[in-house]
Design a protein around this ligand. Sequence first.
Ligand SMILES: Nc1ncnc2c1ncn2[C@@H]1O[C@H](COP(=O)(O)OP(=O)(O)O)[C@@H](O)[C@H]1O
Ligand SMILES: [Mg+2]
Length: 363
Amino acid sequence: MATLSLSGIRKSFGQTEVLHGIELDVADGEMIVVVGASGCGKSTLLRIVAGLETPTSGTVRIDGRDVTKLEPADRDIAMVFQNYALYPHMSVFENMAYGLRIRGLPMVEIRKRVAEAAEMLEIGPLLERKPRQLSGGQRQRVAMGRAIVREPKLFLFDEPLSNLDAKLRVQMRAEIRRLQKRLGVTSLFVTHDQVEAMTLGDRLVVMHKGRAAQVASPMEVWGVPADTYVAGFIGSPAMNFLSATLVQGGGGAQLKAGPALPFADGPRPGEDGTKLVIGIRPEHVQHLPDGAGALPLAVDLVEPLGSETVIHGRLPGEEVLVARLPLAAGAIGEVLPVGLPPASWHVFSAEGARLPARATAPA
Ligand SMILES: Nc1ncnc2c1ncn2[C@@H]1O[C@H](COP(=O)(O)OP(=O)(O)O)[C@@H](O)[C@H]1O
Ligand SMILES: [Mg+2]
């Protein structure tokens, strides 16, 4: 059981700074998912927590104790990597027991811990096999088992599911979530996959170019994204962004493609003429077969997904819009009447920062 606290973590490789001051407090037993595009600094951050890299500045604390300068072996953590890093010449049992043997645990205790972990992971019958005699999913379980038997203060996962096929990934994702809850071990899980992040994390750290763009629960990241990067990264298909201008004395937004809509009471985001970005999720776009105030969407691509259809098209002013609609709606070449309900708007500045304004339907 442990808390983890990162303050002012910066990291440079040569002249290039890749982490620009990360702040994070992880509660005891919490599962934090660090999510972001490839190259944004996720693995570097995890390696700093593990002690495999030294931060250029900043402090890592586990249970309040400064461990920034401690060796990995002295931090009481266990790491699970994408490539599993199993010893090929050792059996599953030996792979799981190795770290405990190094620490000099009695063989009785080692056997007990391995047996318990093997049962939890349902790999008991595989203990005598070598890694090459295992499937990808089984290897993944062994790597998990090796982490569990150490009974560490912290689990660190670096994209552990990326090498699995889609179905197995979903299954292992659920297993890791259950195990983590059951064991209650404080965990940092790194992934580039937003669905994995949403389903696994108690909270997410959405990383963008070496910064934490937002730290919040999955639903908060989805519902109240801090900027256009987070808004576009979380959610599939991605949020639509439409250009707009501030009108009505700063009290409303004029879309390029449609009517001016007033904002609800609250802070006004600037002066008339200020450029804005309006975000709306594809699932919030409505099909209005005979609705007043509908916008004409010229459909140029239809993706039927069975339970729903994803429609791509253009609004007047050449604005691209993607809509996720129930059942089969729309055909290529058709003009579909759609509505953009104001309650679902996300209002951003031209620079991409979230603004507090809320749109409402016209009175
Ligand atoms: N040992 C290193 N030497 C130089 N540059 C590195 C090193 N490790 C990572 N980087 C660079 O730091 C950035 C972040 O890398 P990384 O943390 O691996 O990103 P992610 O895991 O999010 O894909 C990348 O631009 C990468 O090229
Ligand atoms: Mg990485």
